[in-house]
Structure formats: C-alpha cells, structure tokens
Ligand binder design. Structure first.
Ligand code: HSE
Length: 304
C-alpha cells in the first residue's frame, strides 16, 4: 500500500468541568489527510492557508515524530484538506494530528492501539497549544466521548447517547495566534476546595450521563466554576449567549475547548433552531456575528 486517506472529525474539549480530561468528537467538520510514500523527506501539500513547513505544521510534526520512532524507510507526502476551522475551539489541529497518526499506522501496518495513536497525535498538538493535552486528539482518534487519564496515558471511550445534539456558535472574531496558550494563561493556578468539589461532582455526573445514555443528565451537569469564569471575559457576549440558549431550552452551555466558540447541549431536535437563534441573538448584543452549526457526536475517523 502506497497511499492512505483518513478523515478525522472536529471535537469539543472540557465539556465544562472536565478541563483537559473530557473530549467529545463532533460531526460538524472533518479534516482529511492523505499520506503517500515518496522517495525521501516530508513534503506538505495543501490549498488551505496553513503553514507548509514541517516544524509549524501539526500533521508534519506527527509524521516526522512517527517516522523517527518507527525508523520507516523513504519519505512521505502529506496532503491536507482542512475542514475544521482553526483557532475556534473545535479541535482543528487535533483533527489533522489524529488523521495523520491513523493514516501513518495504516500505511506502515503498525497496528497501534488507541492509546498509542492518541499519544502520537498529541505530539502535533504540542506545537499549536504549547503544551500537551490529549482531550481533543483522543476524541478525534477514537470518536465518541473520551476521558483522558495521564501518566500513564489511558483513554476511556464511551458511546454517547443517540439523541444527544449540540449547537455550536462560532463567533466571527479575530483570535490571537497562540490562542490556546493565551487562554490557558488566564486559568487560576490554585483552586478552592469547594470549587473543586462542585466541578468533580458535575464531572462525575457527566460520565454517568454518558454511561446511562441520559442526555439531560449530561447537559445539566455541564457546570464549571473554575475555568469558564476565568476565560469568559475573552468571549464578548458569552454570558448573554449562555443565558439566552438556556432560556431557549438548552440543558447546558459552556465554552467549547479554549473558545471562542460556545456549545449548547440538548436532546430535543425541535429545540435546536430556537437555541441556535438564541445564541446568534446573544452574540449580536456584543455586536458580533456568529455561524451556528448543529451537530451530533462523531463515532470516529473514516479511512479509505
Ligand atoms: N483542554 C484544552 C483547553 C483544550 O481548554 O485549554 C484546548 O485545546
């Protein structure tokens, strides 16, 4: 086999209280990576406006790392088709990194397990976020809902309830170049025990909701008293967007990953239009336009 294409989905990280631990794959957008064996070197090809040099390219870094690790012979052409908007909290770099790790595994018939694939995909995330966290890559690699345990890395995957629906509002605003790094710098280094208890209880309830296939329990447990309050000032209109979406029937609303997108959870598909419109109205109070996307959990990457 000389060529493999893999499509990996967008994702939302944290789901409120599960900072750096929870991820959910979302079928809103996909990145497609095609790896082709070539004579030597790494050649990145894309018609999207992304860096084409290996050191600044998520997929390039994953491929470079894996080539070294597995001492593969020859070179690789990496063709990248971006579908996930970059810098908006939808796991854009993670989708490319995940698709690259999976394509590499298939191309060289390595038969790596899920944890290893997540670990290699995480190498690409390091470049864009400045630190390794596996929540988005784990979701993009495995699909569904994921819980990330580290040292050693151990990812637990749970199938989401079939009726879970999300509305994502992506505001049209300029995001800083190293957005994730910036939005991680505002998070408190120490937290009150009472706040950690609130987050822990809600995080536990979210996991229970996924196991019990109870979308309402998941949504109503999306309550974060640590990270969301520290970051929300970076998203103009956030509290209004959240309030209006909850008033429109969303079970829970929070920042998607490091933002600035906002995500609402529901199970009532007849409510999604109302929730999307409410989120648009919320951003308009801050004089911001936004694009809303209604999506479902993605079950995992597609290879061809
Ligand atoms: N857990 C990460 C964060 C996700 O919130 O900073 C962003 O990539």
């Amino acid at each position: 086999m000389d060529r493999v294409s893999v499509k990996a989905s967008s994702s939302t990280a944290n789901l409120g209280p599960g900072f750096d631990v929870f991820g959910l794959a979302l079928d809103a957008f996909y990145d497609e990576i095609t790896l082709t064996k070539i004579k030597n070197g790494i050649k990145i090809v894309s018609s999207d406006s992304i860096p084409l040099n290996v050191e600044n390219n998520t997929a390039g870094l994953v491929a470079k790392y894996m080539m070294k690790k597995f001492r593969t012979k020859g070179g690789l052409e990496i063709k990248i088709k971006k579908g996930v908007p970059a810098g908006f909290g939808m796991g854009s770099s993670a989708a490319s990194a995940a698709a690259t790790a999976i394509a590499f595994d298939k191309l060289f018939n390595l038969k790596l397990d899920g944890n290893a694939l997540v670990e290699y995909a995480g190498m690409g995330e390091k470049a864009s976020a400045g630190s390794i966290h596996y929540d988005n890559v784990a979701a993009s690699v495995l699909g569904g809902f994921v819980i990330v345990r580290t040292s050693p890395l151990n990812v637990i995957r749970i199938n989401p309830p079939k009726d879970l629906v999300c509305c994502v509002a992506i505001p049209k605003l300029d995001v800083p170049a190293k957005k994730t790094k910036v939005s991680r710098s505002v998070i408190p280094k120490k937290v009150d025990l009472k706040d950690s208890i609130i987050n822990l209880s809600n995080a536990s309830a979210i996991v229970s909701g996924f196991l019990l296939k109870d979308s309402k329990l998941i949504g109503t447990s999306i309550r974060d008293v640590i990270v969301e309050p520290a970051r929300q000032h970076m998203i103009p209109g956030f509290s209004k967007v959240k309030k209006l979406a909850l008033d429109a029937g969303a079970y829970g609303v929070t920042i998607s990953g490091a933002g600035p997108s906002v995500i609402a959870f529901t199970s009532k598909s007849n409510n999604v239009k109302k929730i999307s419109a409410a989120m648009e109205r919320g951003f308009r109070t801050a004089k911001l336009e936004c694009k809303t996307v209604v999506c479902k959990p993605s079950m995992g990457p597609k290879t061809r």
